[in-house]
Design a binder for this molecule. Structure first.
Ligand code: NDP
Length: 445
């Protein structure tokens, strides 16, 4: 049995119930085949793949807190510090009831390659809790965040591990967690978290970074394939941080975003999504999308899923993992989609990805196309170290440069290994090569 198959068999046997983790590992190992096969004996001797698929450390802890009615509540907290070869562990925290060990391991495994692609000095990690922020009061959120940090602080630091936000964790939650960290440590260590508020060390353009970065990369991918984003119709899923700023930047680049969604329903707005109303509904009022439809007479609200049935040129899944399945891919192709770029992490199933690629749809995986968030987190760390802030334009320009460079890195890697246009393989290979070099240079650790 070849080295890749041997390792995947091992991973499958040891992680039987972890379907998201297995999905992520399978996708990466499949694309690394041509790289590993060039020097299989060497990689095997170094146990490089075993080291790649096994996290350096996993912390799982109890998070006790008290709700507004005085009841004690318990959630499960996680931090997976996957690979610290390139820099301090770096990756977001997710608060969502679907959080479990498999989801944490898949996200942190992906983060290794994403952070490597940014070319900034950041290792891979991810964390979070199975806590559902929906329907909780502000004070409940604060007490939960404080309790979560009371355990997490032992494992993080500006030179060891720097968490950020993800689903369910935005500026409010980062603020509460930073306050608790500062209180416990008795020191102002701004670089310990990113995604902070602007009044205490946050970076301008961090809020916009993932959505904007997604559009910069999509624009470059289209340009390099002889197309222009201006004038294109865009279907977006999600209505959170990534989706909102993807929609905003799509407008700025001359495209027309016509959909968005949340966990209960979706919007089709034939006039194009009104970003100001969407922000008001989601960021300010934290309300359902039915409120958006009330404010836009031409917009249609539908219960359940359906964003991918809308006719569009470009699809940007920006909600969560496995939200674009084979039937969705078929519907998109039947409607003439030409490009799909992932804003969320692993939103497209393996079958759907293969189908889109076979049909000649340009497809960019999240570890490259949503890397703008962690890239600006890296820039936030740089600004914190300098005790200095760049302007919005300075950060935005650097973000754009990074996204364009990422696209060319993966495009070049795909070409070098005889898979021109396969950006999934290109992203995995380019991310892997840098990580593997760093691991090999540091010996067997
Ligand atoms: P938010 O919490 O801000 O928004 C998530 C959006 O997706 C919400 O509209 C939410 O709807 C919807 N959603 C979440 N879970 C589900 C589900 N199980 N089914 C249907 N809809 C769901 O998160 P972000 O925008 O920050 O993150 C979105 C994706 O982007 C995630 O995959 C995340 O890992 C990825 N990402 C985020 C980065 C960032 O900087 N924020 C960076 C890189 C990747 P509702 O409000 O109803 O729950």
């Amino acid at each position: 049995m070849g080295y890749i198959d041997e390792i995947f068999t091992q991973v499958r046997e040891q992680n039987i119930a972890q379907k998201e983790f297995l999905q992520a590992v399978e996708e990466v190992l499949e694309s690394l085949r041509p790289v590993i096969e060039r020097d299989e004996a060497f990689y095997r001797r170094e146990a490089l793949l075993e080291r790649l698929v096994n996290p350096e450390r996993i912390v799982i802890f109890r998070v006790p807190w008290v709700d507004d009615a005085g009841n004690a509540r318990i959630n499960k907290g996680f931090r997976v510090q996957y690979n610290g070869s390139i820099g301090p562990y770096k990756g977001g925290l997710r608060f969502h009831p679907t959080v479990n060990l498999s989801v944490m391991k898949f996200l942190s495994f992906e983060q290794n390659f994403k952070n490597s692609l940014t070319a900034l000095p950041m290792g891979g990690a991810k964390g979070g809790a199975d806590f559902d922020p929906k329907g909780k009061s502000d004070r409940e959120i604060m007490r939960f965040c404080q309790s979560f940090m009371t355990e997490l602080y032992k494992y993080i630091g500006s030179d060891t591990d720097v968490p950020a936000g993800d689903i369910g964790v935005g500026a409010r939650e980062i603020g509460y967690m930073y306050g608790q960290y500062r209180r416990i440590k008795g020191a102002y260590e701004g670089g310990v978290l990113t995604g902070k508020g602007l009044s205490f060390g946050g970076s301008l353009a961090r809020t916009e970074a993932t959505g904007y970065g997604l559009l910069y990369l999509t624009q470059e991918m289209l340009r390099c394939n002889g197309s222009d984003i201006a004038g294109k119709t865009v279907a977006v899923s999600g209505a959170g941080n990534v989706a909102i700023y993807a929609i905003e930047k799509a407008w700025q680049l001359g495209a027309k975003p016509v959909t968005c969604s949340d966990s209960t329903g979706w919007i089709y707005d034939p006039d194009g999504i009104d970003v100001a109303i969407l922000k008001e509904v989601k960021e300010v009022r934290r309300a359902r999308l039915t409120e958006y439809a009330k404010a836009r007479p031409n917009a249609q609200y539908h219960e359940g899923k359906g964003v991918w049935t809308v006719k569009c040129d470009i699809a940007l899944p920006c909600a969560t993992q496995n939200e674009l399945l084979l039937d969705d891919a078929k519907a998109l192709v039947a409607n003439g989609v030409t490009a799909v770029a992932e804003g969320a992490n692993m939103p497209t199933s393996l079958e759907a990805t293969k189908y889109l690629q076979e049909k000649g749809v340009l497809f960019c995986p999240g570890k490259a196309s949503n890397a703008g968030g962690v890239a600006v987190s890296g820039l936030e760390m740089a600004q914190n170290s300098m005790r200095y802030s760049w302007t919005f334009e300075e950060v935005d320009n650097k973000l754009k440069e990074i996204m364009i460079r990422i696209f060319h890195n993966l495009d070049d890697a795909a070409k070098e290994y005889g898979m021109a246009g396969n950006y999934v393989a290109g992203a995995n290979i380019a991310g892997f090569l840098k990580l593997a070099n760093a691991m090999l240079a540091q010996g067997i650790v």
